[in-house]
Design a protein around this ligand. Structure first.
Ligand SMILES: Cc1ncc(C[n+]2csc(CCOP(=O)(O)OP(=O)(O)O)c2C)c(N)n1
Ligand code: SF4
Length: 268
């Protein structure tokens, strides 16, 4: 179970144990899952948290590695985490690079860096934390915001069609692409471990579906973190179940994706 020794994990891996994230923010769940995955891999002798270089851009998600992780961290400029990560990898090829940042940072302002990083395929692990808005600056819409979402600048609902980040990554011919929602922590931990291992050889990309109760939830009738998690649970189905059942409700699929064709077949 994920939470059993989470306090000792936080002591071991965090510089500051208490975070400034809003109560119920999905990033707490992601952080705990990441620490659990890191610890499991360390026990297997396959990962060294304290020697890893964690790189992030700007945003609430970008705060996860820095200031919190007790490791080498580089907190960069908005949208440019992958450009910095590329530079660090080229300068220090033996280093383990992990990028953790938001969907605004990696897929909106940093979208160009994302496609070229995936195309270039330098070994690194990339975690894009998607809460569907710009959380840090007040919940404005970005490239992933679903249509009809109420935000401070779209009081009648967002009208633009959003990016599906998985399609974007597969379209850029990323060599490893996966998606895991925070509401399924056991799957998420496995997904994080797989990404961390594959990221030693190539660019490994994982979209983590998170929640921002403060800005997305409050404005869109999801009035508590629990309601947001329940809604997330309803919206997503594992790839295994989607294949077994043909995904009759056309839910969004999570798991590891091999190709655009496979992804299109799963989601129709
Ligand atoms: C060049 C630049 N443009 C805009 C900003 C303002 N800004 C800071 S964080 C942010 C959005 C972050 O959103 P996301 O990456 O999705 O992370 P979240 O806060 O939702 O975790 C923006 C627009 C900035 N710091 N720098
Ligand atoms: S604003 Fe949203 S994303 Fe940022 S800490 Fe609060 S709940 Fe989390």
């Amino acid at each position: 179970m994920v939470m059993t020794n989470i306090y000792s994990l936080r002591k071991k891996y965090l510089r500051i144990e208490k975070t400034t994230f809003c109560a119920g923010c999905g990033y707490g769940i992601f952080t705990n899952c990441f620490l659990k995955a890191a610890e499991e891999l360390e026990k297997e002798g396959k990962f060294d948290f304290h020697k890893t270089i964690f790189i992030s851009g700007i945003g609430c998600a970008a705060w996860i590695p820095n200031p919190y992780f007790l490791a080498e961290t580089l907190h960069t400029t908005h949208g440019r985490a992958l450009a910095f990560a590329t530079g660090v990898k080229l300068a220090k090829p033996a280093s383990k690079i992990v990028v953790i940042s938001g969907d605004g940072d990696l897929a909106t302002i940093g979208g160009n860096h994302l496609i070229h990083t995936l195309r270039r395929n330098l070994p690194m692990s990339i975690f894009c934390l998607n809460n569907y808005v710009y959380g840090m600056t007040g919940g404005q819409p970005g490239a992933t915001t679903p249509q009809k979402t109420i935000t401070p600048v779209t009081p009648e609902g967002s009208i633009e069609k959003p990016f599906d980040i998985i399609k974007l990554a597969l379209g850029a011919e990323a060599k490893f692409v996966s998606r895991y929602p925070i509401v399924f922590p056991k799957n998420l931990i496995k997904g994080i471990k797989k990404n961390l291992l594959i990221g030693n050889e190539k660019s490994a990309f994982t979209e983590v579906i998170s929640i921002c109760p403060t800005h997305f939830g409050r404005k869109n009738n999801l009035t508590s973190p629990a309601k947001m998690l329940e809604a997330q649970k309803e919206q997503y189905i594992s790839k295994k179940k989607a294949l077994e059942t043909q995904n009759p409700e056309q839910k969004k699929v999570f798991g590891d994706f091999e190709s655009l064709d496979e992804y299109f077949n799963l989601t129709k």
